[in-house]
Design a protein around this ligand. Structure first.
Ligand SMILES: [Ca+2]
Length: 425
């Protein structure tokens, strides 16, 4: 890794290039490991970024636990902007040709029922949280080099101070085709980028109130959840919900391949030519595409969504081994106690996110599939990473914390009739 970084030092010393290098060394790990078949195809989606200073960090603190005997029957009327996801058993993971190694093996999981936000948390909702609490996101805080250095290969040089200003990672498409093994070709460390200015200084969320909030680190999402009286979903809850009642289907709508009417992904040649055939070259307002069988919008594409679990590529294998086999039902798994992420081997923590984004394209990353897994350190913000909340049945109605999401912009047909059938792996 250090050699790769040294090679990049041969490039011209401009602040922009240095900024790219700041994140590129970590992303290079992903490219190498992808080439080695450890975890392929993830780099377009979520470049790793060193953990940063977090003065009011909630990282490392436990999230609300999931109780193994949660009710699966709907407990009364729905909290605002939430739908009931009935619990049950399902086959988690995938061995589809598009699946990555960390989606295997297939295994049986049971989750209890829970309420889930109908949509990704929007800019409008997040703005209300910030207004009421004064919360400052990770991307709005000063970067502390010592914390980054602790997660870099030995000998990594300290970048200039101007590169350690608050910022986040912004997708900046190249003007021509580029090798897809170097994500620094399209991800740029951008000072001044945050949820209020998604593309950096000069951009804003004005007119994008109903777009999903982005550039939120895991700890930012957890802080919002606590304010709203909710929590992040576990990885198992998220996948159960995304499947919408369908068993062992490739996509949230069934086995039909992705198309521009299904969800917000990337059409054209990645990463330089997005035709925007689905109507959006970037994120889209929530509810712009049909919901799944549970009435949940954007569970495929648009922006990635944080989950509560720590990440390991071998999570499922370890769970199956501990349970005694792939047909043994695992009750409400909450992920490993410690993370291990080959994409960012120096990070002490890596948290799961799910659902894919507007950058997903089958040529490189088909992570709009409900089984696709991704992860990055909890202090990472990205232009295509947001979240939605869930609430346990016994938690009761949430406080009036979040304004309702807009009404659906399109009709809401459900692709397939939910099938309770339970095929054993
Ligand atoms: Ca799109």
């Amino acid at each position: 890794m250090a050699d790769l970084f040294a090679n990049k030092d041969d490039r011209r010393e401009t602040s922009v290039r240095y900024g790219r290098r700041l994140v590129a060394h970590a992303m290079a790990c992903a490219a190498l490991l992808a080439a080695a078949g450890v975890c392929c195809g993830q780099a377009c989606c979520s470049p790793s970024m060193p953990v940063r200073s977090a003065p009011n960090s909630a990282a490392g603190t436990p999230v609300d636990s999931v109780h193994p005997n949660e009710s699966t029957s709907k407990p009364g009327s729905a909290p605002e902007n939430m739908v009931w996801v009935p619990g049950g058993e399902f086959t988690m993971g995938s061995t589809d040709p598009l699946a990555r190694p960390d989606e295997a093996p297939l295994h049986r999981v049971r989750v209890g029922g829970f309420w889930m936000d109908m949509t990704e948390v929007t800019n409008e909702q997040f703005a209300r949280f910030v207004k009421e609490t004064g919360y400052r996101t990770v991307a709005e805080r000063q970067v502390v080099w010592e914390q980054i250095a602790a997660q870099c290969p030995p000998g990594t040089p300290r970048p200039p101070d101007e590169m350690l200003q608050p910022g986040s990672l912004v997708f900046t498409p190249p003007k021509h085709p580029v090798p897809t093994d170097d994500v620094s070709q399209w991800w740029s460390w951008t000072t001044g980028a945050c949820w209020r200015t998604p593309e950096g200084p000069g951009s804003s969320i004005e007119g994008r109130e109903h777009f999903p909030v982005v550039h939120v680190a895991w700890e930012d999402a957890v802080a919002y959840c606590r304010w709203a009286g909710k929590r992040l979903p576990t990885e198992a809850e998220w996948e159960f919900a995304a499947r919408g009642g369908l068993e062992r289907k490739v996509n949230v709508w069934g086995n039909e391949p992705v198309d521009p009417k299904r969800c917000n992904t990337w059409q054209g040649h990645f990463p330089d030519a997005n035709t925007g055939e689905d109507g959006f070259r970037g994120a889209s307002p929530v509810k712009s595409f049909p919901p799944n069988g549970y009435g949940l919008y954007d569970m495929a594409g648009n922006v990635w969504e944080w989950c509560s679990d720590l990440y390991r590529p071998d999570t499922y294998a370890r769970q199956v081994l501990a349970a005694g086999g792939p047909t043994v039902v695992i009750d409400n798994p909450k992920g490993p106690d410690r993370s291990l992420d080959p994409r960012n081997p120096h990070a002490t923590e890596s948290r799961v996110h799910r659902g894919g984004s507007f950058l997903c394209n089958d040529s490189y990353c088909a992570s709009y599939r409900p089984s696709a897994r991704m992860a990055c350190p909890p202090d990472t913000g990205l232009m295509h990473l947001g979240f939605r909340c869930v609430m346990s049945a016994e938690a009761g109605p949430a406080p009036a914390a979040a304004p309702a999401a807009p009404k659906a912009a399109l009709p809401v047909p459900v692709a397939d009739t939910p099938q309770p059938k339970e095929d054993k792996p």
